[in-house]
Ligand binder design. Structure first.
Ligand SMILES: O=P(O)(O)O[C@H]1O[C@H](CO)[C@@H](O[C@H]2O[C@H](CO)[C@@H](O)[C@H](O)[C@H]2O)[C@H](O)[C@H]1O
Length: 656
C-alpha cells in the first residue's frame, strides 16, 4: 500500500533509510517532503518526532514552500543525545480548502444561495474544533464565528467576517481538522553531543615534546612532557588534542628517517607500525610512560577544556603479538609470508594489514575490546586510520556496538579516497570525516567543495585539516606565511570542525623533494622538538592568528553551523565570500578571504541579503571580528584585503 495521500522525497533519509541521518543536540534539522493528493483539496503535513526518552510524540506542522510545488518543510531541534525518529504525516486540510473556496467564490460575486453549503460546511468545521476539550479557551470566539456563518439574516460579507478574521484563522491553523491522515515511514536521526559537529583539533606527537639534551640531540618525550605542552594548545583555543598512535612501535622492518628502509639503531620508527614485544593496541609505548601517565594526560586535557582523540589504526607491525597469536587474522601468501600494507603508491613495509574475513568473530571481538579499553581510560574520540582499507560492514558493526553502551564516543574517518567510500563510511556511522580540503585551493573549487559539504550535512561532519603529517600541500610549500593564514581562515570558517597538525604555526613548509607532499625530516619517522615559545617571541609564529580564529568561532554561533553555509558573489576571483547563519540565535556571519597571499585584492561583494534574513534593500552594520572595524553594509559592498594586514574579513552582521 502506498498510502491514501502521497508522501515522497522525504529528507533526511540516508541510503533509503538503512543508516540514520546525523545531527547534534540543539541543531535545527530541516525536514522536507513532497506531499500531494488528487483533485483540488488542500493538503498539509506534520512532522511527528520523538527522542530516546520521549513518552509522547512531538508534532511540528510543516510549511508549504510555495512556488506552485507541493514541497513542505519544517525544522526539528533535538534536545538530547541518542536515536531520534521522525515521520512525515500527510493529511487533507478541509479548513484550508474551505477558506480558499469561500474567498474565491465571494470574489467572483457569488451570493448566499450559491454559498449556502459552503457556509454550513465552514460552520461544521468550526464546531468540530470548538467541541474539543482542549479548546475551551477559544470556544466563545469559535461559537460566534459558526453562528455568524449560519445567520441567514445577515449579508454574506458579515456572515464570513469572523471566520476570516486573523484570530479564527490562527486557531483553525494551529488546531486543525485533519482528514485522511496518512502516516509516513519512520526515519532515524542519530543525535550526538555538540562536539561531534563543532570542534577544533590540534594534532601532535607526544614523543616530540622531550626537548633536546645538552648536545642538542632530541630527547624522547613522555606523557609528562606532553602534558606540559597542553597549556599552549589550550591557549590557542583548540578543544580536541589528537595523538598519533601511542603504542609500542614494531622493531621488525622499522622505518628510518625520511621513510627509508634502513633505520639506524636509535631511529624511533613510525608510530603507525603498531605492536612489539611490549604489547599491541592496548599497550602504551614504554618510552612514553605508563597507562597511569596517559590517564594523567587525559585528565589535564580535560581540566583545560580539551578532549583527547586517539588514533585507531588497525594494522600490525610484524612483531605485534597478534601476528603470532592469531595468524588467521592475516593473509598468508603462497610462499608462507604475509604481504605488507599499501595505499598505492604509498608502501607501508613496516605493517601487515588485517584480514577481516577469516575469523570475523574473533577479530571483531578483539577490536571492540581494544576500543572499550581506551574508552575506560577516558578516551571518547577516535581518529580512525585508513578505514577505507577495512570492510564497511565491520565499521558499521563496531561503531554502533560501541555507541550502544557509550553513545558519546565519536569517530573521525581518515578516508582520503574516492567519494563513494568517503561518504559511504560517513553514512555507515562515522561522526566526522577528513575531506579534500587541502587540495581545493581555487575559488571555484572551494565553492563546489563547500556546497558538497552542505549536501552531505546529514551524513557526518567534515573536518577540514589544513595539514597532516602526510599532507603538506604545494600551496603551503610555496605560498609563504600568508598562505598559512589564508588556509587556516578558510578551514576554521567553512566547516564547524577543523584541524591543525603541529608545526603549522611555525610555517613548516619544506617538502622531502619537489613534487612530494611529504615533509622533509618527517615527524612520522623521527623526533621533532620545536621551540614554539621562541618563535612566538620573535614574531615567527601563526599562534596569535590560530587563537583569534578559535576565539571568533566560539563567539559566533553561526560558525558552529554547517547546513547554512552559502556563497556570495565577489567580482574578483582572488576573493571568495560566504556566509553562515545560526537559526537558534539569529547570528549571521559573512566571511571574505583573499586567496592571493602575495598581493592586496579588492572588489565588490554582492550579498544575497535574504539569505541573511534581510530584504534586498536593507542595510546593516558589519563588524569585522578580525580588525574590529565596522562598516555600513548593504547589498553591494566594496572590500579590500591586504595579506600583510589581514587575509580575511570575518564580519558579524548587526541588524539595525
Ligand atoms: O594511507 P593514508 O594516506 O591514509 O595514511 C595513514 O595511514 C598510514 C598507514 O597507517 C600512515 O602511514 C605511516 O605509517 C606507516 C606504518 O608505520 C608507514 O609505513 C608510513 O610510511 C607512514 O607514513 C599515515 O601516516 C596515516 O595518515
Amino acid at each position: 500500500m502506498s498510502g491514501r495521500l502521497g508522501i515522497d522525497d522525504v529528507s533526511p533519509v540516508i541510503s533509503c533509510g538503512r543508516d540514520p541521518a546525523k545531527a547534534v543536540v540543539g541543531e535545527h534539522i530541516p525536514i522536507q517532503a513532497t506531499v500531494w493528493r488528487e483533485g483540488h483539496d488542500a493538503v498539509a503535513a506534520t512532522v511527528a518526532w520523538r527522542g530516546p526518552g520521549d513518552r509522547t510524540t512531538r508534532q511540528t506542522r510543516m510549511t508549504p514552500l510555495g512556488g506552485g510545488l507541493d514541497d513542505f518543510a519544517a525544522a526539528i531541534v533535538p534536545d538530547a543525545e541518542g536515536m531520534w525518529t521522525f515521520r512525515v504525516d500527510a493529511w487533507s486540510d478541509p479548513w484550508a480548502t474551505w477558506l480558499h473556496a469561500v474567498e474565491v467564490k465571494v470574489a467572483a460575486g457569488q451570493g448566499a444561495a450559491e454559498l449556502a453549503n459552503d457556509l454550513e460546511s465552514g460552520a461544521r468545521l468550526i464546531d468540530r474544533v470548538a467541541r474539543r476539550p482542549d479548546r475551551r479557551r477559544d470556544r466563545e470566539l469559535l461559537v460566534i464565528s459558526a453562528e455568524a456563518l449560519r445567520d441567514s439574516d445577515r449579508p454574506v460579507a458579515e456572515r464570513i467576517a469572523v471566520s476570516l478574521s486573523e484570530p479564527v484563522r490562527r486557531i483553525m491553523h494551529q488546531h486543525p481538522v485533519r482528514e485522511l491522515v496518512t502516516k509516513g515511514k519512520p526515519q532515524r536521526i542519530w543525535v550526538d553531543r555538540e562536539r561531534a559537529r563543532f570542534s577544533s583539533w590540534y594534532e601532535f606527537f607526544p614523543r616530540s615534546t622531550g626537548g633536546v639534551d645538552t648536545a642538542g640531540e632530541p630527547v624522547h618525550g613522555t606523557f609528562a612532557t606532553a602534558t606540559r605542552a597542553l597549556d599552549r594548545v589550550a591557549a590557542m583555543g583548540f578543544d580536541v588534542v589528537y595523538l598519533p598512535p601511542i603504542h609500542p612501535v614494531g622493531r621488525v622492518n622499522r622505518k628510518g628517517r625520511n621513510n627509508t628502509l634502513t633505520p639506524g639503531p636509535t631511529d624511533v620508527g613510525s608510530p603507525w607500525a603498531i605492536g612489539a614485544a611490549e604489547g599491541g593496541h592496548d599497550a602504551v609505548h614504554p618510552d612514553l610512560g605508563t597507562m597511569e601517565d596517559f590517564k594523567g594526560f587525559v585528565a589535564r586535557a580535560s581540566d583545560l577544556g580539551m578532549e583527547v582523540a586517539l588514533d585507531f589504526a588497525l594494522q600490525c607491525a610484524p612483531d605485534h603479538p597478534w601476528v603470532a597469536a592469531h595468524p588467521e587474522w592475516f593473509t598468508v601468501l603462497p610462499d608462507g609470508t604475509i604481504a605488507y600494507a599499501e595505499n598505492p603508491p604509498k608502501k607501508y613495509q613496516d605493517i601487515y594489514p588485517l584480514n577481516f574475513d577469516n575469523d570475523p568473530e574473533g577479530l571483531y571481538a578483539e577490536t571492540l575490546r581494544v576500543v572499550l579499553h581506551w574508552v575506560e581510560a577516558g578516551v571518547r574520540i577516535f581518529r580512525v586510520d585508513n578505514p577505507h582499507t577495512k570492510p564497511p560492514d565491520f565499521w558499521n558493526w563496531l561503531i554502533w556496538k560501541v555507541k550502544e553502551t557509550h553513545p558519546d564516543v565519536l569517530f573521525l574517518s581518515e578516508a582520503f579516497t574516492r567519494p563513494a567510500r568517503m561518504f559511504g563510511l560517513a553514512k555507515r556511522g562515522f561522526t566526522q570525516y577528513y575531506t579534500y580540503f587541502t587540495w581545493r585551493t581555487h575559488k571555484q573549487e572551494i565553492i563546489e567543495f563547500g556546497n558538497e559539504l552542505v549536501a552531505h550535512a546529514d551524513d557526518a561532519t567534515p573536518n577540514l585539516f589544513v595539514n597532516t603529517p602526510d599532507i603538506l600541500h604545494a600551496s603551503l610549500q610555496h605560498g609563504g606565511p600568508a598562505m598559512f593564514a589564508v588556509r587556516a581562515a578558510l578551514a576554521a570558517t567553512l566547516s564547524p570542525s577543523w584541524g591543525v597538525y603541529s608545526g603549522y604555526e611555525l610555517f613548516e613548509h619544506q617538502a622531502v623533494r619537489e613534487g612530494s607532499e611529504e615533509y622533509l625530516d618527517s615527524e612520522k619517522y623521527e623526533l621533532r622538538p620545536r621551540d614554539f615559545d621562541a618563535a612566538l617571541r620573535e614574531g615567527r609564529s601563526l599562534e596569535p592568528w590560530l587563537r583569534r580564529l578559535n576565539e571568533i568561532r566560539r563567539a559566533r554561533p553561526a560558525l558552529s553551523r554547517l547546513r547554512t553555509l552559502r556563497f556570495h558573489h565577489v567580482d574578483n576571483d582572488a576573493l571568495i565570500a560566504y556566509s553562515k547563519t545560526d537559526p537558534a540565535t539569529g547570528d549571521a556571519v559573512v566571511v571574505v578571504v583573499n586567496l592571493d597571499p602575495n598581493s592586496g585584492q579588492e572588489g565588490t561583494l554582492w550579498l544575497d541579503l535574504p539569505l541573511l534574513g534581510m530584504d534586498w534593500t536593507d542595510r546593516f552594520i558589519g563588524r569585522d571580528e578580525v580588525t574590529g572595524e565596522t562598516w555600513d553594509w548593504g547589498q553591494a559592498n566594496f572590500v579590500r584585503l591586504e595579506p600583510h594586514r589581514a587575509v580575511a574579513h570575518i564580519v558579524a552582521v548587526e541588524r539595525r
